[in-house]
Design a protein around this ligand. Structure first.
Ligand code: ADP
Length: 584
């Protein structure tokens, strides 16, 4: 679980699973809504088609002329409409020869005399008024309409105009209008139809035993449209129904089965949310999850590869291999790899310096030690006399060794950061004077140009630093040359400048002069030249004082070394009395 790879992988898979689940849920919500809406629309369409087909059946005696009307409806609702009788014989079909066979179960049974148990209002049969009668009644109705402006005329299915109003109570006002009774008088057609119906009804009720009272009260109520025996017991109501059906039967089209399909025969695809649907969705989700997992595994592997390379390189470095480098590519890990490489480089550099230093130190020690040993052995063998001259030489060699060891000690302290300074307020001109006096030499003109300046510094260490510069200047200046030591102030800094007219330093060498054990002339021995540590120590000492040291030089013309020290302000009085050293 601690592996970055595994964690990244699991994290991605969880994210992918969550997004799949949420997306699937949202999609199913949206789809369910759409399906419901579509199903609702389809149902409403079918209901409208059914209603129009029933209307046709209620107003026609048979289906023989139905084709053109059915075609119109089919076209309007973009459906194929087919009607068959009980035996499956086709009565009407808006499809053509290429249409597929009809489904087994019909959408509905079309029977105008039995629509959900009721007789369709539009089946009026013998009650249908003749054009004459209708025109007459409409004339009365129009008069009534003019008499009472609230009245509206509505046609009943048999063509009789009826009165209606938007505001209840207004209907009574027609009483004052004169044509009222004429409008409510039955026409001959209606009288005949009612008489026939009454006869059929009476025939039926006659067969019901002992219900005379009801038979009498159940005479057909004539309210112009609704023909029913109100409050009648069920048998009486059944008689009314059967009487009406018997009467209307010859006037309506025969009962038929209605088939509704799409014009091409393909039923619209409904979404299957059954087990197979769920299985399919699950499989697809699993597939996507597997893909997401695969992709995240690849990404994670790529991400982790440079980290693993870094780990391996770090291990190699820890085991001492300084050549370990990593190619981390771009991005944050690339940056990390670059930092690691830089660190490795630096480590290798330090290692090289350390090795070079040890070998240099060994080399530097070998000569004076070899001399001392040689002279002592010669003396032992009786080849040399232990006279004052010999002792002087031995002393000189041992002093050289002593100086070298002191220099190395100073550098080691500087490296370890334990170079101790003891700063105090000093007059810089005194330091320069002391150094110049100590280095006076008959062959070279050594002089000082001083501006009195005060600062806080460690006088001993500062003398050592300046001493190294003046000693070098004197050493590398041929007899007759001149060395000038200047002290002046510049931009709130004290500048100690040592200028000589000596050999100068080649431009390509200038950058090395402050390196340890570096000498322009490799053949110069420590006796004639120096150890190659002087400038390195000077730089450390100056930097420990918060200053800098620099050089400009021209070969065969002379060199100028400059120490720049910050001047201490009166309030903040210089360097604290503790360790000042720099790791280099
Ligand atoms: P050394 O003890 O050899 O003088 P330093 O560190 O003091 O060691 O100097 C390093 C080298 O820089 C010298 O060996 C010399 O080649 C060069 N150098 C230093 N000072 C001067 C100078 N004033 N003029 C010319 N060369 C110089």
């Amino acid at each position: 679980m601690k592996s970055l790879l595994v964690r990244f992988f699991l994290f991605s898979v969880v994210i992918a699973a969550c997004s799949i689940a949420v997306t699937a849920w949202l999609a199913s919500q949206a789809t369910t809504g759409t399906i419901r809406q579509e199903q609702g629309e389809a149902l409403a369409t079918e209901q409208q088609i059914f209603d129009e087909v029933v209307k046709y059946a209620a107003t026609h005696q048979n289906w023989s002329q139905a084709k053109s009307e059915m075609d119109r409806i089919a076209k309007q609702y973009n459906r194929r409409i087919a009607l068959t009788d009980h035996n499956g014989r086709k009565l009407v079909d808006t499809g053509d020869a290429s249409s597929p066979p009809l489904p087994i179960t019909p959408k509905a049974i079309v029977d105008p005399l039995n629509v959900n148990g009721e007789i369709d209002r539009r089946a009026v049969g013998p009650f249908k008024l003749t054009d004459d009668e209708s025109a007459k009644l409409h004339a009365f109705a129009d008069e009534l309409g003019q008499c009472n402006r609230f009245i509206k005329i509505v046609d009943a299915p048999n063509g009789r105009p009826r009165l209606s109003t938007d505001e209840p109570g207004n209907l009574s006002q027609w009483d004052s209008c004169e044509v009222g009774d004429a409008l409510y008088t039955l026409t001959p057609t209606e009288n005949a139809a009612y008489a026939q119906l009454q006869q059929l009804f009476t025939q039926c009720t006659a067969k019901i035993p002992g219900q005379n009272l009801y038979k009498e009260s159940s005479r057909i109520q004539l309210d112009w449209e609704i023909l029913t025996a109100r409050h009648a017991p069920p048998e009486v109501a059944a008689c009314m129904d059967s009487a009406r059906r018997t009467q209307l039967q010859p006037y309506v089209a025969e009962e038929a089965r209605l088939f509704l399909t799409s014009p091409t025969g393909n039923e619209p695809q409904t979404i299957d949310l059954s087990t197979t649907g769920v299985t399919r969705i699950t499989l697809v989700a699993l597939g996507i999850l597997a893909l997401a997992g695969f992709a995240s595994w690849i990404t994670a592997t790529q991400l982790v590869r440079p980290i693993r390379a870094l780990t391996a390189a770090t291990k190699r470095t820890a085991e001492g291999d300084r050549t370990a480098r990593v190619d981390g590519g771009a991005g944050e890990i690339g940056e990390l790899a670059k930092s690691f490489n830089a660190m490795s480089e630096k480590l290798a550099d330090t290692e090289r310096q350390r090795q070079a230093m040890v070998s240099d130190v060994a080399h530097e020690l070998r000569t004076p030690l070899g001399n001392i040993t040689g002279w002592l052995e010669a003396t032992q063998d009786g080849l040399a006399e232990p006279d004052p001259h010999l002792i002087d030489m031995l002393l000189e060699e041992s002093l050289l060794l002593q100086r070298l060891v002191d220099d190395l000690h100073d550098l080691a302290q500087a490296d370890a950061g334990t170079l101790r300074l003891h700063p105090e307020p000093i007059a810089l001109e005194d330091v320069v004077d002391q150094v110049v006096n100590a280095q006076q030499n008959r062959e070279i003109l050594l002089r000082a140009e001083l501006t009195p300046l005060h600062t806080t510094a460690d006088p001993v260490r500062l003398r050592q630093a300046l001493g190294n510069l003046v000693a070098n200047a004197v050493r590398y200046t041929p007899p007759g040359g001149e060395v000038v030591v200047k002290l002046f102030e510049q931009a709130n800094n004290a500048v100690l400048e040592v200028r000589d007219t000596g050999t100068g330093i080649a431009p390509e060498d200038v950058q090395h002069v402050f390196d340890r054990f570096w000498r322009a002339d490799k053949s110069r021995s420590r006796r004639t030249g120096g150890s190659g540590l002087g400038l390195a120590i000077t730089r450390h000492l100056v930097e420990a004082h918060g200053g800098t040291v620099s050089v400009t030089s021209r070969l065969n013309e002379g060199s100028t070394f400059r120490i720049t020290l910050p001047m201490s302000s009166p309030e903040h009085d210089g360097l604290p009395d503790h360790d000042h050293g720099r790791q280099s």
